[in-house]
Design a protein around this ligand. Structure first.
Ligand code: SF4
Ligand code: SF4
Length: 378
């Protein structure tokens, strides 16, 4: 058992009348019709980002640095742009901090899945990293799979465990959480996330990105633990897509060829919900609220998990929200998607909750302006 830590939430993180305690900076590109793949545009945005990082006045950062990203899946075309984390790399280098870029394995099936990347062979994952321009050849710094020690970089970030148990004395929040081995070692985290809608969240940005993406496999299951699948047999067209994509083999067919859930195998990952063409699947609460293990709604569980994951390390956190090529499904869906409205910009804050709240407002405004038929429902 690891040592029990006391919960420490910094004053600047709490919402109060004085929002200036954790301002969110906005690099506004609305209406500019910028080509974000143009190297000159990328250089200008990186310079603006660096100027914002300086304004954050982050104090005494200590290494190693982890630039946390979601690298996308091989068929994605609208994921976070690798060229737009150059500001993070350059800023950290100027502070004398060595860094890596990274993300964890995922619990859904596919080339970044935990099962496709056993401890000693992560070639499936690294092929995605190469394909999506995240390798050292493209970015200048190594990519680390944050829960695979075999990808440690000697002299920069070294870790020996896939996930680390942390015990936090935090009534009302998660108390025992499993975080990725490299996240446990990070002194500074630049938490980059790309804005999309999400089947469970409903918005995927910096809170979800670091809570889910910084958790180890057991941690991810902790976050999903209170969610389970419900299938609407009237809407189901018996296509079999859900069962084919279920990483837990938790769906079998009944006599009428309608999928039936094997409850004890379901990890609540939401993969079946995202692939069902009939919208016949919904995620429902598995049981009563279990305080001390996270609350019963997915967004609340993400927030709770993040508060415990970052306990004692808030001063080394910078969040960067990339609000461009926004899509209706998250970047875990391995297929090309079209943006649902025009690009908004990039927002930066030390406070991931304030950042996500501003993103919600900007999302609603842009959807309305472009007459896109999407809403976050709040
Ligand atoms: S049934 Fe759905 S939510 Fe449950 S493990 Fe399978 S894909 Fe994930
Ligand atoms: S993917 Fe949807 S429509 Fe197809 S079998 Fe599963 S629940 Fe039915």
């Amino acid at each position: 058992m690891s040592k029990r830590e006391s919960l420490n939430i910094p004053e600047w993180l709490k919402f109060s009348g004085d929002r200036q305690k954790s301002p969110v900076y906005f690099i506004d590109i609305r209406g500019k019709n910028l080509n974000l793949n143009n190297p000159q545009v990328q250089r200008e945005l990186n310079q603006k980002l660096k100027d914002v990082f300086k304004k954050l006045n982050p104090g005494n950062f200590k290494g190693p640095g982890v630039i946390k990203v979601h690298p996308g899946e091989p068929k994605n075309i609208t994921y976070l742009l690798p060229e737009l984390v150059q500001a993070d790399i350059s800023f950290l280098k100027e502070k004398g901090i060595n860094c890596v870029i990274g993300d964890t394995t995922v619990i859904y099936s596919g080339p970044r899945g935990g099962e496709s990347n056993p401890g000693g062979d992560v070639s499936a994952y690294t092929s995605v990293i190469e394909h999506n321009r995240w390798s050292q050849k493209h970015t200048g710094v190594p990519f680390v799979i944050l829960d695979r020690p075999i990808t440690s970089v000697p002299g920069v970030i070294e870790f020996s465990e896939e996930e680390v148990l942390r015990n936090i004395d935090s009534p009302g929040y998660y108390q025992n959480i499993y975080i990725a081995g490299a996240i446990d070692k990070a002194g500074v985290i630049f938490n980059n996330a790309h804005l999309t809608l999400h089947g469970l969240s409903p918005l995927a940005l910096c809170v979800k990105g670091l809570a889910m993406g910084g958790a180890g496999r057991k941690g991810k299951l902790q976050i999903h633990a209170n969610i389970i699948v419900k299938i609407n047999s009237e809407l189901c067209k018996r296509c079999g897509t859900c069962a084919k994509n279920c990483p837990g083999q938790a769906l079998r067919y009944n006599k009428e060829k309608i999928p039936v859930l094997i409850e004890e195998r379901c990890m609540g990952c939401g993969e079946c919900l995202s692939v069902c063409p009939q919208k016949a699947i919904e995620m429902v609460r598995r049981g009563p609220i279990k305080w001390g293990k996270g609350a019963d709604t997915f967004p609340r569980r993400l927030a709770d998990f993040l508060i415990t994951l970052l306990n004692g390390r808030w001063e080394g956190l910078v969040n960067v929200g990339h609000l461009y090529t926004v899509t209706a499904d998250c970047d875990c869906n391995n297929r090309p998607q079209k943006p649902i409205f025009s690009d908004i910009g990039i927002i930066v804050s030390r406070n991931p909750f304030a950042l996500d709240m501003l993103a919600t407002r900007l999302f609603e405004e842009q959807a309305k302006k472009d007459r896109a038929n999407y809403s976050l429902g709040n």
